[in-house]
Design a protein around this ligand. Structure first.
Ligand code: HDD
Length: 702
């Protein structure tokens, strides 16, 4: 029996363009072209001729290469992979792809930022999209989620308002990819339902280290339906195997210049290197009878169900193992739609979800230029498609036979499934009520879960949140907007509001205490469950080398770190080689001026018998180490390399130069012994890298 995964592979082969090496260049009509560098002209210096069909076709095709970018989530990166369930979920859902652990369902995932255009930088402060298309045997299922579990508004009719507010200001199209401007904060300060998601936006969750290291959430409460027609409310969670890790704001901003493609490159490189990212799919299940037993409304997408209240139950895993072959054909043309569901998965009356069920199809029609986008290879289901839908722009299927139902001329086909248990049947929810344009009372508490998020943060996370608010509001020109936002924050937490007020020069609110007591420790990046397996696989480690370096030591350390799965690069003033202490040439991977500390997860300064004073004096090296330290990254130093780190002590960097012993202090791992690195040093450095960042350091100057 072939699995949907095999079917998708086969389909892909069928849609691949002919091998460019298989013959000469042709026109779109298949006519062989002998020359494509000069247009057809009347004489050597004469005008171009209209009859040059190759010229006209080439230019026309070029002029029409762009399609409208997505109105939101324009900037993205995607990859293929597969999903497999751990066990049958038949008790809750009849969805075929959640039944059999031996069946792999192919997927395509697109990660994205929201605000910025297609060419904007990756490491902006923003929500990240996490959209998954499952090509199941029963049709395509799209789980179109984000890396935050809550959204900014409760009803989709507000979406254009919210998006207009966060997008660049209409008069000057500023800022690109950023929320730090007047209109967003004006909206936020007047629309307190945004506050919970805003807390997430101000936290480090909004600047992920890697798409491979972020959680995903379906956000809405959906409904599972089993074969007996019994419904169960469900919230979806993706948890990355590598743990959840973030950048710091200063670093994220510098990354925007040093490598605007930081996140998409990271995803691409990891998959190319065979380091396939993996997520566990978990579900929070709520029996229908418990619908009204929470102190918030399950239909309100600005609320989470704390994990402590309803645990997340792991049900399967997803692995991304193949990069697209063509960005436009696949990542750009992929069309997600929340209403793409399969039997066993259904909607709830969440008004945000209901609006999305309209908006996604509508947006694809304009973006992909017509109704036939499901025929594009990346969107094409592996399940057979038989419809009476016909014609339209870009129709690429040659239909035969009748195109209406009922018919007798076509033998009554395609026939209704009738009582076929495989057919999709909407959950028979009982609904009755008056037509009203009014928000339910149960949606009216906007502050207690914003406070829950704040209360759940570690001290260092709270500090980052305060700094983020100060940065964002500090960029807002209208003082009234700053003040009104602080007033709203005072309803979340008095201490937070006061700290923000002090930073942005508006009056501190009177109350300074906690307003709400709720907390969910599982939300902190310090939570054990978000730390991953502690492995250092795919962490980028810079080794700063120079002439006189102990090359033997470097080679051994590199091998030890590579054995743990880290990616180690030797950096020096210039590319090429340095001359080791033994007189041998040692290869350099990159020249320091082409990179920066922000592109690495950790730095190591090896030793050498020569005096390292000249290295310490190198401003590039000092900046590299200082930045790594400031950003909480592990810093390792061996032998005389310790002196480089110690040179930064006057600026506030804490370093132990204890003699001839591996010492690990707040992620600074040193050993002044000359020669080979000890096993203790390697272990301490690996542990420090495995922790990702070290927040308990004194601040450095400079
Ligand atoms: Fe949306 C794209 C996620 C609310 C309307 N959305 C889009 C994408 C993601 C999300 C990940 C990009 C998909 C891709 O990679 O192609 N959106 C969300 C989440 C929401 C949400 C998690 C709240 C829980 N969205 C939302 C609302 C509306 C939209 C309330 C409109 C009523 N979203 C769209 C859209 C987009 C879109 C305009 C733009 C491009 C596209 O759909 O294909 O239709």
């Amino acid at each position: 029996m072939s699995s949907p995964d095999d079917d998708k592979q086969e389909q892909r082969e069928a849609f691949r363009a002919p091998d460019p090496a298989g013959g000469p260049l042709t026109t779109d009509q298949g006519v062989i072209v002998d020359h494509t560098d000069d247009s057809l002209s009347a004489g050597e210096r004469g005008p171009t001729l209209m009859e040059d069909f190759h010229f006209r076709e080439k230019l026309t095709r070029f002029d029409h290469e762009r399609i409208p970018e997505r109105v939101v989530h324009a900037r993205g990166a995607g990859a293929y992979g597969y999903f497999e369930p751990y066990a049958s979920c038949a008790e809750f859902t009849r969805a075929a792809f959640l039944q059999d652990p031996s069946v792999r369902t192919p997927v395509f995932v697109r990660f994205s930022t929201v605000q910025g255009p297609k060419g904007s930088a990756d490491t902006v402060r923003d929500v990240r999209g996490f959209a998954t298309k499952f090509y199941t045997s029963e049709g395509n299922y799209d789980l179109v989620g984000n890396n935050f579990p809550v959204f900014f508004i409760q009803d989709g009719i507000k979406f254009p308002d919210f998006v207009h507010a966060v997008k660049p200001e209409p008069h000057n199209d500023i800022p690109t990819g950023a929320s730090a401007h007047d209109s967003l904060w004006d909206f936020v300060s007047l629309q307190p339902e945004t506050l919970h998601a805003i807390m997430w936006l101000m936290s480090d969750r909004a600047i992920p280290r890697s798409y491979r290291m972020m959680q995903g959430f379906g956000v809405h409460t959906f409904r599972f339906v089993n074969a007996e027609g019994k419904g169960t409310f469900v919230k979806f969670h993706w948890k990355p195997k590598l743990g959840v890790h973030s950048l710091v704001w200063d670093e994220a901003q510098e990354c925007q210049g040093r490598d605007p493609d930081f996140n998409r490159r990271d995803l691409w490189d990891a998959i190319e290197a065979g380091e396939y990212p993996e997520w566990e799919l978990g579900v929070q299940l709520v029996p229908e009878e418990d619908e009204l037993s929470f102190d918030f409304d399950l239909l309100d997408a600005t609320k989470i169900i704390p994990e402590e209240q309803v645990p997340v139950r792991p049900i399967g895993r997803m692995v991304l193992n193949r990069n697209p072959e063509n960005f436009f054909a696949e990542t750009e043309q992929v069309a997600f739609h929340t209403a793409n569901v399969v039997p066993g998965i259904d909607f709830t009356n969440d008004p945000l979800l209901q609006a999305r069920n309209f908006s996604y199809l509508d947006t694809q029609l304009i973006r992909l230029g017509g109704p036939n986008f499901a025929q594009l290879p990346v969107n094409r289901p592996v399940a057979p498609v038989r419809t009476n839908q016909r014609d339209g722009y870009h129709q690429s299927t040659v239909h035969r036979g009748t195109n209406y139902f009922p018919n007798s001329l076509g033998g009554g086909c395609p026939a209704h499934a009738g009582g076929d248990p495989e057919a999709y049947r909407h959950y028979a929810e009982r609904v009755d009520g008056h037509k009203i344009r009014r928000r339910s009372e149960s949606f009216k508490d906007h502050h207690s879960q914003a406070a829950l998020f704040w209360n759940s943060m570690a001290d260092w996370e709270k500090q980052h949140i305060v700094e983020a608010f100060r940065f964002e509001l500090g960029k807002v020109d209208a003082r009234t907007v700053r003040a009104r936002t602080v007033e709203e924050l005072a309803k979340v937490d008095g201490g937070l509001a006061a700290a923000v007020a002090r930073g942005v020069g508006v009056p501190e609110p009177s109350g300074h205490g906690a307003v709400h007591k709720l907390a969910s420790p599982a939300l902190s990046l310090d939570a054990e469950s978000l730390r991953g397996d502690g492995s250092i696989r795919t962490r980028q480690i810079a080794v700063l080398v120079s002439d006189g370096v102990d090359a033997e030591q470097v080679t051994a350390v590199r091998e030890a770190l590579a054995a743990e799965g880290a990616i180690v690069e030797a950096l020096a003033d210039t590319d090429g080689t340095v001359t080791g202490a033994d007189g041998e040439k040692y290869a350099v991977d990159r020249a320091l001026p082409t990179v920066a500390s922000v592109l690495y997860d950790a730095v190591l300064i090896p030793g050498g018998p020569v005096d390292t004073a000249p290295v310490a004096a190198d401003p590039d090296v000092m900046r590299f180490v200082r930045d790594a330290y400031r950003h909480g990254k592990p810093v390792g130093a061996l032998g005389s390399g310790v002196r480089v780190v110690a040179a930064l002590e006057p600026e506030g960097l804490a370093v132990s130069t204890e003699f001839h012993r591996a010492v690990s202090d707040r992620g600074v791992v040193t050993d002044t012994s000359p020669g080979a690195a000890s096993a203790e040093f390697i272990q301490a450095f690996v542990d420090a890298v495995g922790q990702h960042r070290h927040w308990n350091r004194p601040p450095v100057r400079g």
